[in-house]
Design a protein around this ligand. Structure first.
Ligand code: SF4
Length: 159
């Protein structure tokens, strides 16, 4: 049995909240719910040695689970499409707590295995017009993680 103290949960919650808000992200405002997820994340950290997603089954192998180490590879796409990550630990203004976010992981992995995603889609690159920060993703981030300006200050970067 892996134990996590209330102080560990509170400390990690406060640390995470500060760090992600600086980067333009938000934790779920339901603090009880969010702290339960934080607790599971800390249990996974102690059990496996990495922050395996609290809502998915871990393979107990960091290499196999790299895509679901929190924040997972699917967070930003899910936030853009559904207003929340799969666990609803991260949310934005589109969040609707009545709707379950579908699991994107298996779909993406299958497509990557078949080579469909590699062949069919090239991720756009976004450039912050203020500080020059570049990122490859479907949509510009809500907030630049470097200088803090909003998404409308980004432009598509032609390569
Ligand atoms: S779904 Fe949410 S909680 Fe789970 S790993 Fe992704 S970002 Fe973290």
């Amino acid at each position: 049995m892996t134990n996590v103290t209330q102080k560990e949960i509170d400390d990690f919650y406060n640390q995470l909240k500060t760090e992600i808000e600086e980067r333009g992200y938000n934790l779920n405002p339901n603090i009880d719910f969010t702290k339960k997820l934080i607790k599971s994340l800390l249990i996974n950290r102690k059990r496996y040695g990495y922050d395996s997603c609290p809502c998915r089954l871990s393979k107990e192998d960091k290499k196999e689970d790299l895509d679901i180490i929190c924040p997972c590879d699917y967070r930003d796409q899910d936030l853009n499409e559904f207003g929340a990550c799969y666990c609803a630990l991260y949310v934005n203004e589109k969040f609707n707590d009545k709707k379950q976010v579908p699991e994107r992981r298996n779909l993406t992995k299958t497509k990557v295995k078949k080579g469909e995603i590699m062949k069919s889609s090239k991720m756009p690159v976004w450039r912050c017009k203020v500080c020059g920060y570049l990122c490859a993703r479907e949509h510009a981030p809500d907030k630049c993680p470097i200088c803090g300006v909003s998404a409308d200050r980004f432009e598509k970067f032609e390569q």
